[in-house]
Design a protein around this ligand. Structure first.
Ligand code: GLN
Length: 532
């Protein structure tokens, strides 16, 4: 039977529930258990795919093409799991399912209600994780306890645990224990109140994980244990980490969190294999080969979460090369207002990430030109690749108005154009070219050297593509097609001649990078930047 862990959050949002859930998944996996994990988000969008990164951070894409919450990125990176469509549901997706069933007569004769119909649908989503090959399923509930919209989810997990029994399910509550500077004290009251709200709903957390800036003193643990009905040793401290989020599982393991979880779930406490992870954390914290600086030129720079997976993949690439990667975040419109030299001077590598719409495009194209002409290692991702093609067409092939039809539908030279299958699509949710597609790599390319393989599979999220009609003129001037879709012939990767390292992909390599297995393109991009 699959055992279940439910993780809720209290007091405030942004406590890092996803990182905590990912850390727990990693530790249990390192104890030899097979894990599945999901997130239930209380907002009404059917998925986060239609939200701006400013609203919600990056949209994380799974192999099977789901547009999901960025916490799934934490799950995949921490525990090296593969998430799927079953790993993220929202109030929107749950209500859609219920309403659709109602229209089809699935509840004929009944009044359809939040309880039991919506809560039943939520329980159904949770039980999708059950299986012969799953020992422990982890469900993170998004939002904060006390939010109106969280209520059906909390009621559903209460029922779920009641049905499977105490030994088969447990509740972990992540809460904040703030330090009040003026009083010079840490305060447990917000956590007591948050647990109080849970108790009203009928949930008593088994474990409290306390986010704090400072060490949790014995008296605080005792107070929290007494007033929250939690055993003292199950009040776990999760202090802010100094250097890297990958320290979190190490800190939690020191307090035996994973061991207590297994005991509560009546599972055998097997030995833990944490050594490779600990070694990786050390190499991130104090690398042997100094530091380099990589510029990321984007349009959602002011919110760090917008490019979460890219920043993480750069860190992994650094760990693989034993070097610290400092990131210079540059708003591409700043380049438009001044010069590329001012913002990019002195960097060791330049990365242009994905994006939508024409704001900031001119600055991104300037950044590509700067990397190309100054022979600075360059990695372009999705829109970043499209900008690289536009730049090359304009400045090397002399097609002055070359553009993507996303930005200028009337251009004479649409080097990037809407994919054929996209032309009839008008609806916005889940309609891009999404998820994993295979790609065949050309021989004697930097890409081949990186992957060491002829056929790869990578994740996509786009509507536009390299326009094959311009292939000839681009290749004549020194562009290289380094990868193609074997099914459709679509260009997936380009490089350029006479440059130390210039690679751009239509897919998103950042989604498949892991701390212990840096993505080959990120690893080699950092290696080339280090050489420079
Ligand atoms: N806007 C571009 C497209 O739809 C690029 C998308 C992206 O960078 N994810 O093709």
């Amino acid at each position: 039977m699959t055992k279940h862990i439910f993780i809720t959050g209290g007091v405030v949002s942004s406590l890092g529930k996803g990182i905590t859930a990912g850390s727990i998944a990693l530790l249990l996996k390192n104890r030899g258990y097979r894990i599945k994990i999901q997130k239930l988000d209380p907002y009404l969008n059917v998925d986060p795919g239609t939200m701006s990164p400013y609203q919600h951070g990056e949209v994380y894409v799974t192999d099977d093409g789901a547009e999901t919450d960025l916490d799934l990125g934490h799950y995949e990176r921490f525990a090296d799991l593969t998430c799927s469509k079953e790993s993220n549901f929202t109030t929107g997706s749950i209500y859609s399912a219920v309403i659709q069933r109602e229209r089809q007569g699935g509840y004929l004769g009944k009044t359809v209600q939040v309880i039991p119909h919506v809560t039943d649908e939520i329980k159904k989503c949770i039980s999708l994780l059950d299986g012969k090959d799953v020992d422990i399923a982890i469900t993170e509930i998004g939002g904060t306890v006390g939010d109106i919209e969280s209520l059906p989810f909390l009621e559903a997990i209460r029922q779920y645990r009641q049905e499977i029994g105490r030994d088969n399910g447990l509740f972990i509550h992540l809460t904040l224990v703030p330090y009040i500077k003026a009083a010079g004290e840490m305060k447990t009251k917000p956590s007591q109140q948050s647990v109080g709200i849970l108790r009203e709903i009928g949930i008593i957390p088994d474990i409290l994980v306390c986010r704090c800036e400072r060490e949790l003193a014995k008296e605080h643990r005792e107070k929290l244990a007494l007033f929250c009905n939690v055993a003292k040793e199950l009040v776990i401290e999760e202090q802010d980490v100094k250097n890297s989020i990958y320290e979190v599982p190490v800190d939690l393991a020191k307090q035996d969190l994973d061991k207590y979880i297994l005991e509560l779930l009546r599972l055998h406490v097997k030995d833990i294999a944490n050594a490779p992870w600990e070694k990786m954390v050390k190499s991130i914290i104090s690398p042997g080969s100094g530091e380099i600086e990589i510029a990321v030129v984007g349009k959602y720079i002011s919110l760090r979460d917008s490019y979460k997976s890219i920043y993480e993949a750069l860190t992994h690439g650094g760990a693989a090369n034993d070097v610290r990667v400092n990131i210079r975040m540059i708003e591409s419109e700043e380049i438009e207002r001044s010069s590329a030299e001012k913002f990019l001077g002195g960097v060791d590598g330049i990365l242009v990430p994905g994006g939508f719409g024409d704001r900031g495009i001119a600055g991104k194209i300037e950044a590509v030109k700067y990397a190309r002409t100054n022979k600075i290692p360059f990695l372009g991702i999705c829109l970043g690749m499209q900008c690289a093609v536009i730049e090359f067409a304009r400045n090397v092939c002399g097609l002055a108005d070359a553009n993507s039809t996303e930005f200028n539908p009337d251009t004479e030279n649409p080097v990037i154009d809407l994919m054929e299958e996209q032309k009839k699509i008008t609806s916005k949710g889940g309609t891009m070219r999404l998820g994993a597609y295979s790609c065949e790599i050309s021989t004697k390319t930097l890409t081949e050297a990186a992957y060491g393989a002829g056929k790869i599979s990578e994740r996509h999220r786009h509507r536009y593509e390299f326009n094959g009609k311009f292939e000839k003129v681009l290749l004549e001037k020194g562009m290289i097609i380094a990868g193609r879709s074997p099914e459709t012939g679509l260009v997936e990767i380009i490089e350029i001649k006479d440059h130390p390292w210039f690679v751009a992909s239509q897919f998103h390599p950042e989604f498949k990078s892991r701390p212990l297995k840096a993505h080959p393109l990120f690893r080699d991009f950092i290696k080339a930047s280090l050489k420079k």
